[in-house]
Design a protein around this ligand. Sequence first.
Ligand code: FAD
Length: 422
Amino acid sequence: MQTRLKDGDHVGIIGGGPAGSFAAIHLLTLSRQHNLDLQVTIFEPRDFNRPGLSGCNRCAGILSSRLLRGLKRLGIQLPPDVIQANLQTYAICLDNETLEIQQPDPSRRIVSIYRGGGPRLLQEPSPTSFDAFMLKKAIALGAKHLPQRVRVVHWEKRPIIHTGRNHFPVDFLILATGINSRPPLSATFGYHPPKTVLMAQDEILLPPSWPANQVRAYFRKPSGLLFGALIPKGKYINISLLGKGLTNHSIEDFIAAQNLSQDLQFTPESRLCGCTPQIAVSSARRFYGNRWVTVGDSAVTRLYKDGIGSAFYTTQAAMRIAIEYGISQRAFGFQYAPYCRRIARDNLYGRLLFTLWQLTLRSEKFLHAWMKAIHSEQKTPSQEHVHSRILWGMLTGDEPYKKLFWLSVRPQVVLDLLRHIK
Ligand SMILES: Cc1cc2nc3c(=O)[nH]c(=O)nc-3n(C[C@H](O)[C@H](O)[C@H](O)COP(=O)(O)OP(=O)(O)OC[C@H]3O[C@@H](n4cnc5c(N)ncnc54)[C@H](O)[C@@H]3O)c2cc1C
């Protein structure tokens, strides 16, 4: 059984979303540093330049600062036409009160992008797609793009990729199909994808008076809503909802319940796109083996936030192991599995934080204490802000949940909250 990659080996990457392109970029960058000549093919049927669902991998499109830092380290700078907005503040909108949380420092820059060619009913010109930009980067490094959907991957001493038209035996297979379509691995692989929940999202035109650099976050209404966000993206606003029982009508229900129709100049005709995509809420099982590994959403991602950043870092870890330690089940088991388990463990802290937040939202007394604590810390220098830092981290996925959780239960932080309870 071959356990190391060698010159001339063929690597097949299924899926050319962020995880697929990042995998090709990391693999080709590292293989060059190790004087290894690999043939890398990305199978991706979607044309990311097309507007609407056919060109889009369905997401709100916020890029975290840790992702931007990772890209910079690889020498990748996002061009201005890919960036739709520099997001400098989050506004927490609670009934009649709005709390502004500022970006903690300039190094924690976050931006919004379009994954595809913009909303289905878009107004020209079409925004530049982030996924298309990353795929182009992978191609520039030497990857070949085959615009074909993979029907199934069989195992015949090695992975054999079948597209319906052709079949491709590969020496190393990378699965990066995300969680919004059926994974094409045959049962022999034993792969079980992550569990998912539904989200709802749409795009509308940005009203002239609406802040173009601020994400607005809404809670509590309508019932079952965990989190609703309005994210400016150039000429548009993305509306993303996470909660229970979401359907295609949830956007209208949310706008009515939050009393936003007037401010957003919203009518049912304002909706320019609309989808109910899945988001991963657990890790995959049996997600690597001899000569194959899964990355991005197909393997594990951070809970609710920074999925694209997770795609970057899981592929970085997996590709480093493939080049430096080999492509055996043992190498991935020793090196890659612990990395993914750390993300899954961090998500447990994320769950705890979101539960604490839900409990806070249910108690008027506690909610007001917490709001007062934020108001009073905003009068101090920004490096002393703890409550705002926790919220910024939870809303953007910019810091590990574990760190934020322990910060939130520090005695000084709890005492500060208690001090503000009337
Ligand atoms: C509503 C919503 C909002 C989100 N907001 C954010 C956000 O603001 N920021 C953030 O970082 N993350 C966000 N996420 C998460 C983010 O979308 C994912 O974590 C990210 O897309 C994962 O990238 P991926 O490459 O693993 O999968 P995907 O982006 O799903 O890409 C998978 C690719 O595989 C291709 N594919 C699938 N099957 C096959 C096949 N059989 N053959 C060939 N190709 C195939 C697909 O066409 C697709 O291009 C959000 C998710 C949702 C649902």
